[in-house]
Design a protein around this ligand. Structure first.
Ligand code: URA
Length: 432
């Protein structure tokens, strides 16, 4: 068997065998298949697809590229994952809420991908925070304080660590089988018995239409159930950024505000819905009861205390969570104003995500480091009335030369209308 034949086979839209998929995953982990051949196969999969059998095999081989943890001793133990969005910091709110409700949270997250941000990059903006825990540390932390959030590693889903970084910089993210296998391999390897998924659709999502999102959600729920996991997915709108902040430490600051009972109502509503789904699956209780538990954990401050406990346990400086003004502000900023009066009827999420990356919040190459304080703070939401000259966004960066290009991207994302747009909900559907 050789990798060139496998690339050619997929290029000609043929289904790969289990042995070929195993050969690919073993080869990237052993370093015998170089990045350029792996990238070529990723592009062939992106363009030619994989059927459900191939996707399930790819997921399984990726999950077993490292250890698959057994957390049955910690039941009920839950994990959550989003397919990627702009300003999507829900995991950092949902996980502490569910943990404060007595559910063990054992979560494996990713870094920024394409124009979307990643939970791991956001957490690493907290000075000292360690996202690489050994399996023993991971297990013991979940057992002791009920929550741990880690990255893929050499021992946990190393195949996804490699493929994820390649997909980020080779235009091979928006593929159903690659997203499903990336997410579900992490969920299977991390070992939780309950999986709550947030499948995004719209301009800022990898699945542009609700039909594509539904197909992705169904594929992942099917993989979860076939592996004995209680799995459910919400389909949610990602046409506009989620919350008011986009960028790593800026999003942590918004998470802190939300867990302290302040912040954006739209973001809060989605976080509570995801937390309720997770709690209901884990406890086997009705959604309404789970929703009440989630709201109480948020309102009482118990979820905020859980976030602090997790940050302390993973080596982060808790003073930043207690006093978010400690986060370094970027050296340069630029506030953008409405060019004319009107209702904010759209703020295209993909452009906003790309603008944040231009400012330094994302990567263009695998080796790029991230500017943790770079990003965008929005001052208006879709539906708000703006007068000409009203500020609607401020850009932050430590690289002054990025400001003009990012400003052009953000201005291109802005749409104003004379009539108020019809209100839209974030939650579009559910797959169970
Ligand atoms: N999140 C992941 O972990 N992988 C993807 O491919 C997309 C979102």
């Amino acid at each position: 068997m050789n990798i060139i034949d496998i690339i050619e086979k997929k290029k000609h839209k043929k289904a790969l065998s289990e042995a070929e998929i195993a050969y690919f995953i073993e080869g990237i982990c052993a370093g015998t298949i170089p990045d350029y051949q792996a990238s070529a196969l990723l592009m062939a999969i992106c363009l030619c697809g994989m059927d459900a059998r191939e996707t399930a095999i790819l997921t399984d081989k990726m999950a077993h590229s490292g250890k698959v943890l057994d957390l049955s001793a910690l039941a009920p133990c839950a994990d959550k994952h989003s397919t990627g969005g702009v300003g999507d910091k829900t995991s950092l709110v949902v996980a502490p809420i569910a943990a404060a409700c007595g559910i063990h949270i054992a979560k494996m997250s990713g870094r920024g991908l394409g124009h979307t941000g990643g939970t791991i990059d956001k957490l690493e903006s907290i000075p000292g925070f360690r996202t690489a825990l050994s399996e023993k540390e991971f297990f013991e932390q979940v057992q002791r304080i009920g929550i741990a959030l880690v990255a893929q590693s050499e021992s946990l889903d190393p195949a996804d660590k490699i493929l994820y970084a390649l997909r980020d910089v080779t235009g091979t993210v928006d593929s159903l089988p690659l997203i499903a296998s990336s997410i579900m391999s992490k969920k299977l390897a991390a070992g939780a018995q309950v999986i709550e998924l947030d499948v995004k659709t719209g301009d800022g999502a990898f699945m542009k239409t609700p039909e594509q999102a539904k197909a992705l959600a169904q594929a992942m729920v099917d993989i979860g159930k076939a592996n004995g996991k209680k799995t459910a997915a919400l389909i949610t709108d990602m046409d506009t950024p989620l919350g008011m902040c986009i960028g790593n430490s800026l999003e942590i600051i918004e998470v802190i505000a939300l867990l302290r009972g302040e912040g954006d109502a739209d973001l809060r509503e989605l976080c509570l819905a995801l937390a309720a789904g997770m709690i209901s699956l884990a406890k086997g209780c009705p959604k309404a009861e789970a929703a009440a538990l989630a709201a109480a954990a948020l309102e009482s401050g118990a979820a905020f205390e859980k976030l602090k406990e997790m940050v302390a346990a993973q080596g982060g400086d808790v003073r930043y969570i207690e006093q978010p003004e400690r986060f370094e502000r970027a050296a340069y900023s630029l506030t953008l104003t409405a060019p004319e009066s009107g209702y904010l009827c759209a703020l295209e999420a993909a452009q906003i995500g790309k603008a944040a990356a231009t400012l330094g919040a994302g990567r263009q190459k695998k080796s790029d480091s991230i500017d943790m304080s770079a990003g965008i703070v929005l001052h208006a939401s879709v539906g708000d009335k703006l007068d000409k000259g009203d500020a609607f966004a401020t850009l932050y960066t430590n690289t002054q030369s990025t400001l003009i290009a990012a400003a052009e991207q953000v201005m291109a994302a802005l749409q104003l209308s004379t009539a108020a747009p019809a209100p839209r909900g974030r939650i579009l559907g559910e797959i169970q």
